[in-house]
Structures are given as C-alpha cells and as structure tokens.
Write a protein that binds this ligand. Structure first.
Ligand SMILES: C[S@@+](CC[C@H](N)C(=O)[O-])C[C@H]1O[C@@H](n2cnc3c(N)ncnc32)[C@H](O)[C@@H]1O
Length: 273
C-alpha cells in the first residue's frame, strides 16, 4: 500500500468527487430519515496543501487552487468552497478537507458515519479528525468487507467507494461490494470513483455493473481524448440509486470541470447503463 492521497488532495478528481459527494449528501439529508454513510476508503481526513507531498505533485494548485482563484465559479461548487474556507478559519489557507471531514460536517446527530482506512499513519490522522463527531467511527479495516457487513442496518444507506486503484482487482471489488450492499439494502445509494485511462477498462467495468444493477449513472470527466492509456486522462463517478434532485448538480459539476480544467478535446459524458 504505497498510495498516499496527500499527493492528490484537491486535484481535479477530488473537485468532481467532493462536489458530487456534497450534492448527494444534501439530497440524502433533505428529509428526516437517518442516513448511514459508509466511506470504504477514507484516507487521512484532511490534507495540508502546503506540505511536501502536495507541493511536489502540484495537483492541488491545478485543481482547488484554480477553482478558488476564479471569481465566477458556479454556485454548484459553493458548498465545497465553503467547506474549504471553513476548514481554513473562514479565509484563504492551505488545508483541504477529505471525504471524512466533508461527510462529518454535513451529517446530523441522528445519522451514522463509518470511515474505513487500512494504512496505520492515515488511520491515525483519520481517527483524530473524526474524534469530535460522536456519530462517526473510524475503523482500520477493509472497506469493501465493512460495507458488505454494515449496509442496511437501519436508516438510509449511502456508500462512498474511493479506492487507490493500486490493485487490478479494484474494479471487480467495486462490483462485488455493490452487489453485496444492494443485497442488504436494495435502496442503497452507492457512489464509486475511478480513473479514466482507456475506454475498454471503463466499458468493461460498466458492463460488469450491469450484472448487479440496472440503475447505474456514469459521470465521465475526460480531461483529454483517451488516446494514451498510460495516462490518467480523467476520472468518473459511477452512482447507483442517485437521488433525482442531485442529477443536475452531478452533470453541472462534471461539465464545468471538463470545460475549465480540460485540454483540447476534453468532454463530460453523463449516461445511464
Ligand atoms: C483515494 S484515497 C481516499 C481519499 C478519500 N476518500 C477522500 O476523498 O478524501 C484511498 C485510501 O484508501 C486506503 N485503502 C487502500 N485499500 C483499502 C481497503 N481495502 N480498505 C480501506 N482502505 C483502503 C488507502 O490507504 C488510501 O488512504
């Protein structure tokens, strides 16, 4: 496990993932039903963009750095921008929230949050980040197995799956976890992030998803044409059980990022399997 999210925190992929995450949380907390969120790959919780790893990659400067500098960023990013500013004491600063802090700060006391992280150092940071939130639990355990075991235990289920894709079986594991979660709660909402390198891999994943659900929504953010499979050419969020009220935000976030952070030939593609 060599992956460190600190190299990538606040990059274009985090902007799509986290803006969509906040749109889903808004839709899923709109009524009184308690929400149970399981974050299968939680990471450290929050990141210092002035730290060595973030500065070495430069990815945050090209992502959240550019978004914050744009005076005309659309309203769909306002919740994410507000979360970043809140973490930095209301002003500019070098801290960026990971999914744990975004989730914890948008849940109610009646909701539950399980955040899974395997790496000891990132788990330690995750545990400290979530300590103030009584409804949140950090667990140092495999996220896929935890989602399969804890889904459907009361309230509405929302599972965020955000693996590092260091292992080639992450695509199959996402499909397996989706099947297991839906078996425990057929109304569960699931959102999985993945890199876009070549179309064959993504299409094969979507065909595999079709064997476990007929309700998958893909939001592809292509930063450039997918001609070089050795590069990360973009990313995608694939969602199951997407609340209708979040669909507009999902399309708007993805299209805006393609238009403003992409290269020639960039595009957003929103479609249902
Ligand atoms: C992409 S990062 C997560 C970023 C986080 N979701 C966010 O948005 O801030 C993936 C994390 O998953 C952890 N990880 C890898 N395999 C795991 C597994 N099977 N279960 C739980 N965590 C895992 C890695 O150590 C890494 O910190």
């Amino acid at each position: 496990m060599n992956y460190r999210h600190a190299f990538h925190a606040g990059n274009f992929a985090d902007l799509q993932k986290h803006a969509i995450l906040l749109a889903l949380l808004k839709a899923l907390t709109a009524d009184e039903t308690p929400l149970s969120v399981i974050d299968t790959h939680a990471g450290a919780g929050a990141y210092d963009l002035g730290g060595d790893m973030a500065l070495r990659s430069g990815e945050a400067a090209a992502g959240i750095g550019r978004l914050l500098a744009m005076p005309d960023a659309p309203a769909v990013f306002a919740p994410l921008v507000a979360a970043v500013k809140a973490l930095n004491g209301g002003g500019a600063g070098g801290l960026y929230p990971g999914s744990p802090l975004l989730v914890a700060r948008h849940l109610r006391r009646t909701d539950r949050y399980t955040a899974c992280e395997l790496r000891a150092d990132d788990f330690d940071s995750l545990r400290r980040t979530l300590a103030p939130y009584a409804f949140a639990q950090a667990v140092q355990a495999d996220g896929y197995a935890t989602a399969a075991a804890r889904a459907g235990k009361g309230g509405r289920t929302f599972v965020l799956i955000d693996p590092p894709f260091e292992r080639s079986d992450d695509y199959a594991q996402i499909v397996g976890a989706t099947k297991a979660v839906l078996a425990r709660d057929k109304d569960a909402v699931i959102a999985a992030w993945m890199p876009l390198k070549d179309l064959e891999t993504f299409d094969a994943f979507m065909r595999a998803m079709e064997t476990v659900t007929n309700d998958a929504l893909a939001a592809e953010l292509r930063l450039r044409p997918l001609t070089d499979p050795m590069k990360m050419n973009g990313c995608a969020m694939v969602m199951v059980g997407t609340p209708a009220s979040a669909e507009g935000a999902i399309a708007e976030v993805t299209t805006w990022l393609a238009d403003h952070l992409g290269e020639t030939g960039a595009k957003a593609r929103i479609w249902r399997a």
